[in-house]
Design a protein around this ligand. Structure first.
Ligand SMILES: C[S@@+](CC[C@H](N)C(=O)[O-])C[C@H]1O[C@@H](n2cnc3c(N)ncnc32)[C@H](O)[C@@H]1O
Length: 287
């Protein structure tokens, strides 16, 4: 791919998804663009760029953003976040109001279902809680909605949770087998397309937790700053923002307090603060 073509593909990814594709990513961009070129039966990356720039419907642009973003994920990735979520959910249970958690770059769904398994365990399968998963990538969201995963992707789920929330869908030797998320868990989880580069979002605020993990690293500093402020707005007081361990918010003035490994909290929930302090004390004294 020529430097000029690379620059124009990067400009599209930046303008439409806030993606920060820099020098050094040429081979990755060329390989991923090549995938679409072959899928569409086009002759070259240049022909594909022409198609993209003339795409009035936005459909091919969505497909391009879907292939250009990295969608690596897994169940219970960065597992300590789910321990923190479970402890917070035990406190929310006392509140007796619906619990809402948003996975803001959900990829193929594993993060949303890990959140759902955690909430179902703490708040009950019939509890009043919901998980929303959003992503820019339509193919990733389609996979999330199918809720069917190959056996080898389930190793990070505790066996008890696996027995409770996964149903054998297709038998097969080792890697051939697939499992579906149980309908009782799925009915709590919804998916939709949302571009994190375009705040303000048309979402109701008051989320108890937002997971926005392993996506900030791909976004420009400008987009990250706007996004941080928007996520803070969409949390309820005491709500938690989970970033990936390697990530930070671009804007240090964001009102969110750091309360754990890459976990931030919107201040203002005395109940949660008291319960967390109590838990910390109990752990420290061993009672
Ligand atoms: C590496 S995955 C992270 C998945 C999951 N959050 C995790 O931590 O395992 C990054 C996801 O961010 C999505 N993404 C990238 N840019 C985005 C944007 N501007 N808006 C919404 N999603 C975006 C990608 O499509 C991809 O599914």
């Amino acid at each position: 791919m020529t430097p000029e073509l690379f620059r124009r593909f990067c400009a599209l990814a930046n303008d439409h998804a806030g993606l920060n594709l820099q020098r050094g990513k040429e081979a990755m961009v060329a390989a991923r663009v090549g995938k679409r070129v072959r899928a569409l039966g086009l002759k070259s990356a240049a022909a594909y760029l022409e198609r993209l720039e003339a795409d009035g419907s936005g459909e091919e642009l969505a497909a391009f953003l879907g292939v250009i973003t990295t969608s690596f994920t897994g169940f219970f990735r960065e597992p300590e976040h789910f321990d923190i979520l479970a402890r917070a959910a035990a406190v929310w249970a006392r509140r007796r109001t619906p619990v809402r958690v948003w996975s803001a770059a959900v990829a193929s769904g594993e993060e949303a279902y890990s959140i759902a398994m955690t909430l179902a365990t703490t708040l009950g399968e019939d509890g009043d809680w919901r998980v929303l998963g959003t992503d820019i990538s339509a193919p990733a969201l389609a996979e999330a909605g199918r809720a069917v995963y190959a056996a080898e992707r389930l190793g990070s789920i505790h066996p008890t949770l696996r027995r409770q929330f996964l149903r054998l869908q297709r038998r097969g030797r080792d890697a051939g087998a697939t499992f579906a998320i149980s309908p009782r868990l799925r009915r709590h989880v919804a998916f939709g397309r949302l571009n994190l580069a375009g705040p303000p979002f048309r979402l109701r605020g008051g989320h108890d937790a937002i997971f926005c993990r392993n996506v900030m690293i791909y976004l420009t500093a400008e987009v990250r700053a706007e996004l941080g402020a928007e996520l803070a707005r969409l949390l309820r007081p005491g709500g938690r923002l989970f970033l990936a361990h390697s990530e930070t918010l671009a804007d240090p003035s964001t009102e969110l307090e750091l309360v754990g490994p890459s976990v931030r909290m919107r201040p203002g929930d005395p109940l949660l603060r008291a319960a967390l302090a109590e838990g910390k004390e109990r752990r420290a004294t061993g009672h």
